[in-house]
Design a protein around this ligand. Structure first.
Ligand code: GUN
Ligand code: FE
Length: 426
């Protein structure tokens, strides 16, 4: 007998950029971990599966957060009166130092994972801190949440605060190996390690070289930051004069997508050569509009990336970003793109709702494989929204209800159910 579940309700997903599919009172079929498509009538082959009637609720793919710092959740929504480099030194680094204390990590990461579980996010790509033990605690918490995630122990062997700088490149690499080996030993089902050089200013080339070797040895994905802020880009130019551009400082060591999948956060100030390399190497861009506003970084040229065929997803970038809500991330991406169109480049058409929805689902989901859609063969990640408390003098179309859910942040109060890889987590 087949294992799975069928959800009945108003289904909405984006199989392509800028195309929302809305199916009213339809059925989405989950068999095992995978989606088997959306139907008006339940196909004969699936008649034995249980049906959950979502009572007219909205059924959407789970959201994908391509960039978030778990240790920064504690201070998210505070400390925004700085630009990136000052903010790191005054706000982010002092908090991250606390994770040397495993007791603190257990408490903070427990709260973080619980909040992620209650959010619309089904998968996330996460930074921890330099501390291996705390990073493993975060892995345990995420595994327990039921979400699928990549978690990285951060590497920093220069220019952090004294307590947040590892002793040497060799010590940082050795701890990274310990982290990976322990992840393998623990046999997580949903939580995987990802190599995480914080960004070029905090990583010597000696360390990058070692990380490149580790990447090859374990065939790991990579995450980092790229061309986020003018002061940071200038610092990289001074620190790494031999690099042709910022991203080249990663690429020289096999940490820029050429050999394995890589996600770079921000990409606000990428120069044409860097964009060309991102395209050639198949980089995923994590667009982080909330953080880019809070830290006065700027507006990433997302339209240009999409036109170039570069893969783009959205990141909350907690705690530069102030909310883990990917619904908010979707509307901020749209609003940012409108300011870009108005003030920077009138050739760069703003993002439509359908496009931003796609970025938050299938766009970012592609980093995990066939994820972020209700097409046959995609992982079954779904959220069910109950918007029955939202009443108006006239009836709304399903598409209007979906759009409202995002702009009015229904993910705060309206998530009735959540499934990840076919398993119910809420
Ligand atoms: N660049 C290096 N570290 C960080 C961080 O923690 N947040 C952001 N937004 N950018 C960074
Ligand atoms: Fe970040």
């Amino acid at each position: 007998m087949k294992q799975g579940i069928i959800l009945k309700g108003n289904i909405c997903y984006a199989p392509e950029n800028d195309r929302l599919v809305v199916r009213e009172n339809a059925y989405v079929v989950c068999e095992g971990k995978n989606c088997r498509g959306v139907y008006e009538q339940i196909p004969q082959a699936y008649r034995t599966l249980d049906v959950i009637d979502c009572q007219g609720g909205l059924i959407l793919p789970g959201m994908i957060d391509l960039h978030i710092h778990a240790p920064q959740f504690t201070f998210s929504g505070t400390g925004m009166d700085y630009e990136l480099l000052d903010w790191l030194n005054r706000v982010a680094f002092p908090e991250e130092e606390r994770y040397a204390d495993s007791g603190y990590a257990r408490q903070a990461y427990g709260i973080f994972a619980e909040r992620m579980k209650k959010s619309a996010t089904s998968r996330a790509v996460i930074f921890a801190t330099i501390h291996t033990d705390a990073s493993l605690i975060l892995m345990d918490c995420m595994e327990e949440s039921g979400l699928v995630s990549y978690v990285g122990k951060v590497n920093m062997d220069r220019d952090g605060s004294p307590a947040l700088t590892e002793e040497s490149a060799a010590a940082s690499a050795a701890e990274t190996r310990r982290f990976i080996e322990e992840c393998i030993r623990r046999g997580y089902q949903k939580t995987r390690p990802i190599l995480t050089p914080r960004f070029v200013p905090c990583c010597t080339s000696e360390l990058m070289k070692m990380l490149g070797e580790i990447r090859r040895e374990y065939d790991l994905p990579v995450q980092s930051h790229l061309s986020e802020n003018p002061g940071e880009v200038e610092l990289v130019r001074k620190l790494e004069p031999q690099a042709a551009f910022y991203g080249d400082a990663y690429d020289r060591y096999g940490l820029f997508g050429r050999e394995g999948k890589t996600v770079m956060a921000h990409c606000v100030y990428s120069v044409p050569e860097e964009i060309e390399r991102m395209k050639q190497n198949g980089i995923w861009v994590a667009h982080c509009p909330s953080s880019n506003m809070n830290l006065t970084s700027g507006i990433a040229p997302v339209r240009h990336y999409l036109e170039q065929g570069i893969r783009v997803g959205l990141g909350s970038d907690i705690g530069g970003g102030s909310s883990e809500s990917m619904f908010k991330g979707v509307t901020e991406a749209i609003q940012n793109s409108k300011l870009y169109w108005r003030y920077v480049d009138s050739q760069a058409k703003w993002l439509t709702f359908a496009e931003a929805f796609y970025l938050a689902t299938k766009g970012g989901g592609s980093f995990f494989g066939k994820v972020g859609s209700f097409e046959d063969g995609y992982a079954f990640d779904a959220i069910v929204l109950d918007d029955s408390a939202e009443t108006y003098a006239r009836e709304l179309s399903v598409q209007d209800r979906v759009e409202k859910a995002f702009y009015r942040e229904l993910d705060k109060t309206g998530i009735a159910m959540k499934f990840v890889e076919g398993e119910r987590v809420l």
